[in-house]
Write a protein that binds this ligand. Sequence first.
Ligand code: GLC
Length: 749
Amino acid sequence: MKKGLIFALISLLILELKSQTLIKQPYQPSPKALEFVQNLIQKMTLEEKIGQMTLFTSDWDVTGPTIRANYQADIQAGKVGSIFNAHTAEYTRKLQKIAVEQTRLKIPLLFGYDVIHGHKTIFPSPLAESCTWDMALIEKNAHYSAKEAAASGLHWIFNPMVDVARDPRWGRVSEGSGEDTYLGSLIAQAKVKGYQGSNLQDPFTILACVKHFAAYGAAQAGRDYHTVDMSERVLRETYLPPYKAAIDAGCFSVMTSFNEYDGVPASGNAFLLQKILRQEWNFKGLVVTDYTSMNEMVAHGIVADEKAAGELALNAGVDLDMQGAVYYNYLKKSLAEGKITERQINEAVKNVLLAKYELGLFTDPYRYSDAAREKATIFAPEIMNHARIAAQKSIVLLKNEPFRGRKILPLAKNIQKVALIGPLANNQEDMLGNWRAAGDISKAVTILQGIKEALGSNAEVKYAKGCDFKGNDTQGFEEAIALAKNAEVVILAMGENQAQSGEAASRSDLGLPGVQQQLVEAIYKLGKPTVILLSNGRPLTISWLAENAPAILETWHLGTMAGKAIADVLFGDYNPSGKLTMTFPRSVGQIPIFYNPKNTGRPFNAQDKYTSKYLDISNEPLFPFGFGLSYTDFSYQNMKLNKNQLKANDEIGVSIEVKNIGNLAGEEIVQLYVQDLVGSVTRPIKELKGFQKILLQAGETKTVSFKLKTQDLAFYTQDMSFKPEAGKFKVMIGTHSNSTQDLILELVD
Ligand code: GLC
């Protein structure tokens, strides 16, 4: 093999392994930056300071309940220092001009936006991209998102959303990285690195904002904005690490969540914002509320009015008020009454001005608002090509069993008659998923287009919508059934539209919406080779499909290049490698269900009535965390430990041989789990501690090795100190969380 290729492969391997260790490079303002902003603060009036603590939306987009019309007048009056939901080089330049030419101190505006999975080119939804388990790819997705956003005049994006979530009724699981703390932490880090790069002065990098701090994903009953109630131990062990990983990676800002923690809404919660964020984590960046979450503390019942909400928020450490106009309306009075101090105001203004300083906006306020650069960057071929690769790798093969003696997938490219049916089949808008922000729907490649392109003019590909996403209209069934009758292969594109997951989109029933299930069953009765394509924002309860359909591809909402990527996988141009990062329940009744609960004192035993179970359904999920098939198969053997005992500050090697026993090359995500068998508090039955994505040619075997450090076994012990405890540990390796081989190691004092 040529030297250059070896070097490339080694550097890729190093990049991949490096990307699986958490770095510690939190944001630290330089003395020069601090000096600059402190000097500026000394020149500012109280009104100008309060203006810098205010963030308003433009009227270009609506991402919350209220909208203000006169934000341009507010800019001119120095009453607002940051604007969100405004983009393009032209429009940001127009608004920036008002701030830097018509205000007294000419302080530039900061432009923020929800770039959640791409800006104009849309990548797979975050839950989808998490199923790649590929940190380098996820970092690249973020890098390209930042490039397009920065070229469109944006300085700051409200991402990564890192809320660990174990309840698929909650629509915002689509915006996150699933149920696991360790994987979610690595993904949080990858996204911050992709957005902020290594130098914020680079005009193609932007400030990141980790959200929603904290534990928003644990909303009771999966109902958005609902109460969060958990122990401090669960908060620290399960929910906080991904936020910390983002901050340790240098994330510049934090967004407070709508929910309360321990009875206090996050936007006024000093335990979260002072004790944990500022004191324990030494966070030096900016804290912004979520959309009017400050005002909402009145509805929470923690304050009597908005003025008191502002005082609670500033005393807790909120720097910037998103859309609430609470600081705008009441802070001057609160100061006069001695409820808050000038020092607190100066501290908040400092953090806002540091954002603008770090981006170089005081040097050149228009550096992000360059129309020529925007035109050259948006939809660049390298970005579009990468979007297709990201989409391919996000697809999870859930089932591919023989139908009349042979597996249906991958489909042969010489098939002549294809019937493509379903509300997602010829649909651009929903391919982009929710939170597609400025995504260009007209650029989205539909599944129909993708399949037609892949098969060329020789094949006849016919489409029928069949039904809609809601309601009970079955009039479209007849046309769809007729099409299917005349086809060699039937492809059913079913799932959720983009509004059926995401914010304010909780669902109590997680089946296929509307009459899609009836349509699937009607088509299935025809006995044709049938492939199910699922496009959904969250895990669904698809037990009938899992039981009856021979082939199921989980394609989520894959973004601009969805149709091409789905065709690539359907016809075997890419062998699917994705693995689920969120458990699929059999029934809503099992929720919350995730791969690593506690064992309990009466773990399920089929022979014993008095054990933890349901009368009417199995405890087991439909598809477990870490699950995903390939068009080839893999065997695992010869698991080994390089020793049986671990000491303090030590590490142990664990390895296993993985063989591709099929006849196609394929990628496999080898997963490492550990169980602490006895602890001073009860411990989960397993925890993900490592993974490696490997490519194996047909027949090839690789030995996959992991290093397990003593500190990897640490947890919040009975007295809440974070450390490992001596004792036995079960080390597990496998293809998913429910299929592992295991060995025992002992940690000795
Ligand atoms: C929304 C979301 C938050 C988003 C913000 C600005 O309500 O909760 O994720 O960044 O408002 O649009």
